[in-house]
Design a protein around this ligand. Structure first.
Ligand SMILES: [Zn+2]
Ligand SMILES: [Zn+2]
Length: 155
């Protein structure tokens, strides 16, 4: 285990600022998930996630943090005060934290956040009225091919 005291490079928070986090490594991967759960929890046609290794993630304010388990595959967190979705961690991949991308404070996290979407997943659940832009992102029904076998399908 590393004992280095690396300074944070990414900062994030919920809407009300009662739940905050920092990471000591740049974020990688940017995925838009169109699954039904993400759409309804986020009130949006998709939810955008970006990732960091869990050893580089820490909550800096978490007394209002609430864990929710809506499927047997992943644990999500929200701010118990303002209800902003914060993170999602697959039980099969506990060393990676999926950060809800909109929670990142970009003004304090310069050049540490991916700028291009890597993949659109669970496209079979996408609402017909939302048209995906031609952004070069991989398009996948269900989870990504390379995640199959790591994460069970059908979340
Ligand atoms: Zn909050
Ligand atoms: Zn989803």
């Amino acid at each position: 285990m590393s004992t280095s005291t690396t300074n944070p490079v990414v900062y994030g928070s919920c809407y009300c600022q009662k739940t905050t986090y920092a990471t000591t490594a740049p974020l990688y991967g940017l995925t838009y998930c169109y699954c039904r759960m993400c759409r309804l929890l986020h009130g949006s046609p998709f939810a955008a996630f970006t990732n960091v290794d869990s050893s580089h993630f820490r909550w800096t304010r978490s007394d209002r943090l609430v864990e929710i388990n809506l499927s047997k595959y992943a644990t999500r967190t929200i701010c118990g005060e303002c209800r902003s979705p914060m993170t999602m961690v697959y039980h099969a991949k506990p060393n990676e934290v999926g950060i809800v991308a909109v929670t990142v404070d970009e003004s304090k996290s310069k050049d540490q956040v991916p700028e291009k979407v890597e993949a659109h997943i669970f496209l079979e659940c996408k609402p017909a009225w939302f048209v995906i832009p031609e952004d070069g992102g991989e398009r996948s029904m269900g989870i990504l091919e390379r995640m199959r076998g790591v994460v069970p399908e059908g979340l």
